[in-house]
Design a protein around this ligand. Structure first.
Ligand SMILES: [Fe+2]
Ligand SMILES: [Fe+2]
Length: 253
């Protein structure tokens, strides 16, 4: 299990920006964030069983699939200071996400078995040879954004609010990670393997759904669109219909 309080202690000293540091686009990504805190969550009411199961699986994955980007930054001696700061800032957000999703996991009555299954996917992801920033960007874009939209579609008002906050952060993370991926020309070594894992994860999360319109096939298509084009107009229109302003605004590259 990851020792998040220890990581947080280490990160606290690292996220103070150096006033002389010119951050460029990475700085504008950080500035687009808004601070928020995890909040208490109660068990949801009236969610049909198939949707509840899919939501529980999303929450299990949200806990299991966090990648140790903060640790990785600290282990690098020659990282550009701007890039280290941006990645560390994002890693700090992940600690907030973890705490908030842990509360949602409990409130939604997700199980140890679901968490164990999610950790099996995390283990497979860890074993893949890809650069950590490439993995993080890929997972955020083609898995987390799909799960966030699913939670926004089927969750209760507490989960909708949580996904709104998390999505705003993740949007910034994706922009940061893809900026670095493009800048450093990071390329997949075994795209087939990570793409296969992506599809398996989306299938596992969505297979309980009985919805005709927003069943497994719908979410798989959105995941593929995001992966291939970094956009999904379907997810944007889906989330635009919600009770709050749309969170799903993919960056323009
Ligand atoms: Fe996150
Ligand atoms: Fe993230």
């Amino acid at each position: 299990m990851i020792n998040y309080s220890q990581i947080l202690k280490t990160l606290k000293g690292l996220v103070r920006p150096n006033p002389g540091l010119q951050m460029g686009p990475l700085g504008s990504f950080i500035q687009s964030k808004k601070a928020w805190l995890p909040f208490p969550m109660n068990p949801p009411e009236g969610i049909p069983e198939d949707r509840l199961e899919a939501l529980q699986r999303c929450l299990a994955l949200a806990l299991a699939l966090e990648l140790p980007v903060g640790d990785w930054v600290q282990s690098q001696n020659d990282l550009d200071p701007q890039e280290a700061l941006a990645l560390t800032h994002n890693a700090k957000d992940e600690l907030t996400h973890y705490e908030a999703f842990e509360r949602a996991f409990k409130a939604y009555g997700a199980t140890k078995t679901q968490l164990q299954e999610a950790y099996q996917f995390a283990q497979r992801l860890e074993e893949l040879p890809e650069h950590l920033v490439l993995k993080a960007g890929f997972v955020e874009l083609s898995i987390f954004f799909v799960m966030l939209a699913l939670m926004r579609r089927f969750g209760d008002s507490q989960l909708k609010l949580l996904t709104k906050y998390v999505s705003r952060d993740e949007s910034c993370h994706v922009r940061t990670n893809y900026h670095l991926i493009d800048k450093h020309g990071l390329r997949f070594q075994d795209f087939e393997a990570i793409n296969h894992l992506r599809a398996s994860i989306i299938r596992w999360v969505t297979e309980p759904l009985k919805s005709q319109r927003h069943g497994s096939e719908f979410w798989e298509t959105q995941s593929q669109n995001l992966m291939q084009t970094r956009k999904s107009s379907e997810l944007k229109s889906l989330t635009d219909v919600g009770i709050m302003p749309a969170f799903f605004e993919m960056p323009s590259y």
